[in-house]
Design a protein around this ligand. Sequence first.
Ligand code: HEM
Length: 426
Amino acid sequence: MHADAQDQGRCPFAHGSEEVVDQLDPFGAPYLADPYAVFARARAEGRVFHSEELGHWILTRHEDIKAVLRDTKRYSADIANQPLVPFSDEVRKQLADLGFRPRRVLVDNDPPNHLRIRRHVNKAFNARRLRLLEPDIRELAEQHIDTFADQDEIDFVAALAWPLPALVIFRLFGVPADRLEIIKDGSRDRVTLTDARPTPDEQRRAAQGLGAFFAYCREIVADRTENLADDFPSDLIRSGQGDETAPDFDELVTIMYSILFAGHETTTGFLTHLLRRCLAQPDLWQRLRENRELVPAMVEEVLRLDPPVINWRRRAKEEVTIGGTVIPADASLLLLLGSANHDESVYDHPDEVDLGREAAQPHLSFGAGPHMCLGAPLARLEGQLVLEALLDRFPRLSLPEQELRFRANLRFRSPERLLVQLHQGG
Ligand code: HEM
């Protein structure tokens, strides 16, 4: 339902608004084909829509979304991990039997408890740890490139974007590389359970993977509690010793689970979008090769244009009015981060790559306010180092004709495959 129509006492679905609400369905064909065209149409029609089907109020504009993200008094983050399709009793029991007992720690926590945990995590996830990861990222990028450098064509997702960000996080966590499948598959299962529309069978299967992932996080905390090492989990435990505000055992397990998920699923999508954008525009690859100072701006533009977390969620704690629309207390809000980043009232030529763009209005791809993404500096660093390694090794890359496929779900968007031609021999 479009709010302006409602205010004026007209049919709430006048001016095609019902059609826009239909198109805003992340599981529908128009959205899957081009959500940005759908967002542009929605922005032109209104600031707030209501989708009965999704059970969310949908916000389209940069200004409104940023205000909601920053306002912890009127909006709660507690629905961040709430499944779109509620778990069946059977799956609930299955997860309990597997020991899946996540606590509210970061992304779905509210003040003052969120601040308590975030303070401890910030201390351990610090600039020194990030600096230490830089040579690891370079080494992993080179290693992966070596595995495909002599091929004519690769799927960039399978060859690099899927494994690399997880292996970076593993170095941070002191996790051996042979855990790649359990963590990557468990993370995909998590998206299935929270953001997709799984059948009962798919729910049961995904719950098994999620349980294994969570159990491994418990193993990490149990091990480091006994054997402190030189890694992020140990730093977190060490810095909390003797401090009664420090996260307890179960909170530590959920912090591991939270970062081990957030730290790669998103960055896999980001690296894929980054390479695609670099190759989609004639001469851009060459320009970047000749002037490496443009790389950080390219990274920022791709984060803005193609946020891998395209939507986010908050819950209104009280009745609120946004752009003239009254939203009831307890309503779930869907914040279209991808729409905010293309908002023409904030960005000139919003759909184009502009490497000279002023950063006066930061994009919202990492959220805003107290929940602002913990790993933003790491994601940016991975983007820059991987892009530089590819620019060094491949003078000419190109995209063959292909149809990109995206997995239908509420919040995450990145191509499942990206075919790239490597042009051996010049
Ligand atoms: C391009 C890659 C990434 C994107 C697009 C992204 C996006 C986001 C978004 C939208 C949020 C929610 C912010 C809010 O509620 O206001 C978030 C939170 C978070 N992200 Fe990221 N993220 C990325 C990479 C990472 C990495 C590499 C890590 C970890 C190493 C990470 C860890 C987290 C954590 C722990 C939170 C919760 C913070 C809190 O609630 O205090 N993210 N991220």
